[in-house]
Design a protein around this ligand. Structure first.
Ligand SMILES: Cc1ncc(COP(=O)(O)O)c(C=O)c1O
Length: 298
């Protein structure tokens, strides 16, 4: 293979795909098992020319793709990736850095911290919070609820009936019980129906997946402060809207949260990233446990 020539062909394929994706049928045009039946049952013994790989991509795989990048894709939520993000993926795959501590990739660690500072400013979050990138909002919520369990000793996660399934899954993975609170006529968690007995955390959603309803974060922050319960805000879907000052009404009370997740891969046109911004409470809990993670001295 020629990395340069085949790479140029891959880039041309990507550019052409983005030009024509709006003309392709949005939904995959295949029956279950059809794609698999067109592929070899065993790993190939011989390499293939890259042109043949691209031909298989067009002829075999593309009919089985549901085109999330299509301008006519309106299911679930907007999750398009922009061209700068696609090129950034290429460059970061080339560097292949594994940045689990500062020394294994100082530039990645410092760039991550700086970028999250910028995101924090763009979203008008309180000064002094720190953030980091996880692969999904689901993983961020697991991290936040693990911190909540440790900080409070509680065994129950309280959220609305409209909360994303990742909340219940995170609770189950952490051995916590989920207590669902009914919603009002606008699908917002009913703060008057919250029971915080043995609660580790309340998860308030800003932008529920089904209807983009916004839970009453200020009231929940009051209740959590009173009961010593962790407040996690799941703004995976709608948090990016805070870039626009006129949409920041939905941020009320979020400055009092212990942790927050926002998805960059929804309205920020980036790849799969999620961002748990964390208040000082999380910082204080985390530091003694893993001081080396971001420290040059490690
Ligand atoms: C409100 C909310 N929370 C969490 C998630 C999970 O996001 P991810 O796919 O990044 O785990 C979603 C995804 O749709 C969501 O809308």
């Amino acid at each position: 293979m020629s990395f340069r020539e085949d790479g140029a062909a891959a880039l041309e394929w990507a550019a052409r795909y983005l030009e024509r994706v709006g003309e392709l049928p949005v939904l995959a045009q295949v029956e279950p098992g059809e794609i698999r039946s067109r592929l070899p049952v065993s790993p190939p013994e011989q390499p293939e020319a890259f042109a043949d790989v691209l031909r298989d991509l067009d002829e075999i795989l593309l009919p089985g793709i549901t085109h999330w990048q299509s301008p006519r894709f309106f299911a679930y939520f907007a999750v398009s990736a922009a061209e700068p993000g696609i090129l950034a993926e290429l460059l970061s795959a080339t560097l292949n850095s594994v940045a689990f501590i500062w020394r294994t990739s100082p530039a990645s660690t410092e760039l991550e911290a700086l970028t999250l500072d910028w995101v924090s400013q763009l979203l008008a979050l309180p000064a002094g919070w720190h953030g980091h990138i996880e692969d999904t909002a689901s993983v961020s919520t697991i991290a936040a609820l693990a911190a909540a369990r440790e900080a409070t000793g509680g065994r129950v996660v309280v959220c609305s009936e409209e909360a994303h399934s990742s909340v219940e899954r995170a609770a189950r993975l952490l051995g916590l019980e989920t207590r669902k609170v009914p919603v009002d006529e606008e699908f917002r968690l009913r703060a008057d129906a919250v029971d915080l007995t043995d609660a580790a955390a309340v998860v308030a959603t800003v932008g529920t997946t089904s209807t983009t309803s916004v839970d009453p974060v200020p009231e929940l922050a009051d209740a959590c402060a009173h009961a010593g319960v962790w407040l996690h805000v799941d703004a995976a879907y709608a948090g990016s809207a805070w870039v626009c000052p006129e949409l920041r009404w939905s941020q009320a009370g979020v400055d009092r949260a212990d942790s927050l997740v926002v998805n960059a891969h929804k309205w920020q046109l980036r790849f799969c990233e999620a961002w748990p911004g964390s208040s000082s409470r999380m910082k204080l809990r985390r530091r003694p446990r893993n001081p080396a993670r971001l420290q040059p001295s490690d």
